[in-house]
Design a protein around this ligand. Structure first.
Ligand code: B12
Length: 211
């Protein structure tokens, strides 16, 4: 089995130590962090999600796989955030209220930093007002929202409405992501864009800044 496939299988298998060991090996062999994320770690978590949906796996197992991915992220994060480019813009980022998924959001955060953005990561379960407050305070260029559940996807519109009410909607671009988001969803809620993964998030954010 090739190395990437083996990492994916070990994420599914909840083998944190093995995932970390194989990730280290892959990095030593010169495999790029972005490839590890897109071709091994994230696809592994996708399978876990599908198995949960089918009733083959349960929450403790989802958590253990997530923990395995986190182990790999400890090795990847410093490589993703290394940036010597001058600051391109300010992003306020967070997972919307009622939602505690943050693995992908943290990856987006790291990669935006790596691309030269100043990122204010508000974490998980963030109420609409908090996004507005921080965006105002920092004079943000972009607000990035993550949501993963059918229920919390509805919160995208709440944040956008709150930005409107605060009179700053025209000054910020809003991008959305996470399992429930899509290009269509972005259109429906009136966001300016959707990113399917962290690389897409960076591309989108740069395009907002005219880069
Ligand atoms: C791990 C996981 C958990 C962990 C979360 C741990 C953590 N700290 O994050 C735990 C076990 C806690 C959990 C809990 C729950 N979960 Co859950 N979870 C997952 C799972 C398997 C993987 C998510 C993940 O980490 N993926 C890996 C990362 C790398 O990818 P990612 O998150 O998609 O992020 C990428 C992109 O989305 C994008 N992105 C992310 N954010 C942003 C932001 C912007 C601005 C942009 C541009 C891009 C972007 O870039 C990221 C990097 O490439 C998903 C299935 C899935 N395929 O998403 C289910 C899933 C999201 N969970 C689900 C459910 C139902 C739940 C629970 C309700 C279960 C329960 N009954 O309690 C709870 C909800 C708790 C809550 N209130 O939030 C469902 C949601 C279904 C739905 N439509 O509502 C899913 C889809 C599983 C399924 N197929 O049924 N979960």
């Amino acid at each position: 089995m090739d190395l990437l496939e083996s990492i994916k299988e070990n994420v599914i298998g909840m083998e944190r130590e093995r995932v970390v060991e194989l990730t280290r090996k892959a990095l030593d062999e010169g495999i790029k962090p972005e490839r590890l994320l897109d071709e091994a770690l994230t696809p592994g978590m996708d399978v876990v999600g599908q198995e949960y949906e089918k009733g083959i796996k349960f929450i403790p197992e989802m958590l253990m796989s997530a923990e395995a991915l986190r182990g790999a992220m400890e090795l990847l994060r410093p490589m993703l955030t290394k940036s010597d480019v001058s600051k391109v813009g300010k992003v306020v980022l967070g997972t919307v209220e009622g939602d505690i998924h943050n693995i992908g959001q943290q990856i987006v955060s790291s990669m935006l930093e790596g691309a030269g953005f100043e990122v204010y990561n508000l974490g998980i379960d963030v109420p609409a007002e908090k996004f507005v407050e921080k965006a105002k305070q920092e004079n943000a260029d972009i607000v990035g929202l993550s949501a993963f559940l059918s229920t919390t996807g509805l919160r995208f519109s709440d944040v956008i409405e709150a930005l409107q009410e605060a009179g700053i909607r025209e000054q910020v671009k809003v991008m959305i992501g996470g399992a429930i988001a899509s290009g269509k969803y972005a259109e429906t809620v009136g966001a300016d864009g959707y990113g399917a993964n962290a690389s897409a998030a960076v591309k989108l954010a740069k395009s907002f800044m005219g880069k």
